[in-house]
Design a protein around this ligand. Sequence first.
Ligand SMILES: Cc1ncc(C[n+]2csc(CCOP(=O)(O)OP(=O)(O)O)c2C)c(N)n1
Length: 639
Amino acid sequence: MLKPRLIEEKMLILLRQGKISKWFSGIGQEAISVGVTAVLDKEEYILPMHRNLGVFTSRDIPLYRLFSQWQGKANGFTKGRDRSFHFGTQEFKIVGMISHLGPQFGVADGIALGNKLKKNNQVCAVFTGEGGTSEGDIHEALNVASVWQLPVLFCVENNGYGLSTPTREQYFCEHIADRGKGYGMESHIIEGNNIIEVYTKLKTIVESMRKEPRPVLLEFKTFRMRGHEEASGTKYVPQDLMDQWAAKDPLENYAEYLRNANILTEEDEVSFKSEIVHEINENLDIAFDEAEIKAAESNELNDVYKEFVYQEVKENNETEELRLIDAISQGLKQSMERHDNLVLMGQDIAEYGGVFKITEGFVEAFGKERVRNTPICESAIVSAAMGLSITGFKAMVEMQFADFVTSGFNPIINYLAKSHYRWNEKADVVIRMPCGAGVGAGPFHSQTNEAWFTHTPGLKVVYPAFPYDAKGLLATSIEDPNPVLFFEHKALYRSVRQQVPTNYYTLPLGKAALLQEGEDVTVITYGAGVHWALDTLTHLPDVKADVLDLRTLLPLDTDAIFASVKKTGKVIILQEDSLFGGIASDISALISENCFQYLDAPIKRVASLETPIPFASQLEAQYLPKGKFKQQLLDLLHY
Ligand SMILES: Cc1ncc(C[n+]2csc(CCOP(=O)(O)OP(=O)(O)O)c2C)c(N)n1
């Protein structure tokens, strides 16, 4: 406890000197971080927040590495890409926070699930403040942990304020621990400023959790003695409250206890302090002497994705006719056979087989541990997939409908997509997205929302149009350790058939398919658009078109696009999504920047109306671009 306290005191001085950028203080809360960490084994994961310096020091991270991290230097943990405690390290089994707080609980669920599947009897601990407990992600994760009986120690540090918001404006029950009952979860209130209580209570709880895996909710009563971060101050905190809690300082009280018990002498105290101060100064010198990070674009770009060397697995000669849905199901099944660390999660995917029946029969083949029904909680499940990946599993999450991904948006964008860039940690997760209109399903079961993800570096986006592609691309998406959004068009599930190899085979991501060749015009499309384009062209036998099925949107096969445009000089891009901000716009911009001199006409984009997707079939048909495509194509050819 003394070490984080002395580090903080030093940091407050450096902050005033402008030598570090920001400081979130845990002064007065050290007993919680230190006590929890002391109870866990070093192999057990801890997921701390912004006031848990004691977790990092108790795991014996060399201090110069922490100091470098805070100064944005290379000896830190993020190559200068993220600040303060926003980092993880597999070496020390710490998974640091993202600013959004809540997803940490779901990630802890995933780590605990990994531990449970490995039957290693490990417990993991995750932290949040009482403010964070108001987030939906937290409620979802607590519920999942309870339903799955995951061995997570959920540590809520109730320190009186969330930024300036007092507890009375944050929640309306007496104790946060009372919520345990609602989740069917054991919970305890712990005097967070008393290291002996923290340690002894936790020791009993953790030992019992290792024997009998289950989640436990802990509310640590404590107080935030300084501002939310240093600059914001504590003017809104009544002085008597400050005084009351100052008298409960965990360090002072423990020191006094040790003195009274004749364990700690004055000389000990002096020598402990000087030893630590010496260690701090020595390590600070190392960090200050370290060179500043040099900016190099290629370094940054190279770390967005984990390197993945595509391994071609060849198809055999035996084929069978499959619908798109069967090909996906078969591909997924063969991936389950190939990767015994692959875990599937989704609503109703177990005995029921999923709403589209893609996983029908999977429970019988692979068991309920690997084919997991989830509660309705997309955020916690996506976060749990991240946690599984951290413990060496592969995870596939089935969105019941792609539309519902909005409820899991935060961890996809902020956790999965950014982890490798931030702290070199892969997110070995595939999210399957049954998407698309044309099935009379209205605004919330029809969207094709790939553009929300193609905009986000760190994600891959795959969007096959045929059974053969879908099977091979799904296999590769699962092999790839990076997070992949895998779009499956519902209207194609049962309407498109193809001869598909029966064995497990892979296809490379980032390669478009030239479906037919012609000199007049290039048609660029994907998903249902491919079928609309091919269908339109069968009615225009005189039009000689290159039809390029993109198959993968991120990475995008710009070589194939440019080669075709350079050949034909005319290009039309057909996308099912509404126009503005869709990928057709970016493809158009890329073509105009790279192939302008080859163009014989303006680039055309054809897309859906700028409205939500309507239900009634006449309205939906008007919304979708299929009807407009033919005329737009003819206009382009006559330009
Ligand atoms: C989703 C989200 N909303 C708002 C914030 C801004 N924010 C960061 S920490 C914080 C207060 C957190 O309070 P609490 O969870 O009680 O933890 P404490 O800071 O008191 O330790 C707020 C509002 C954020 N980081 N993320």
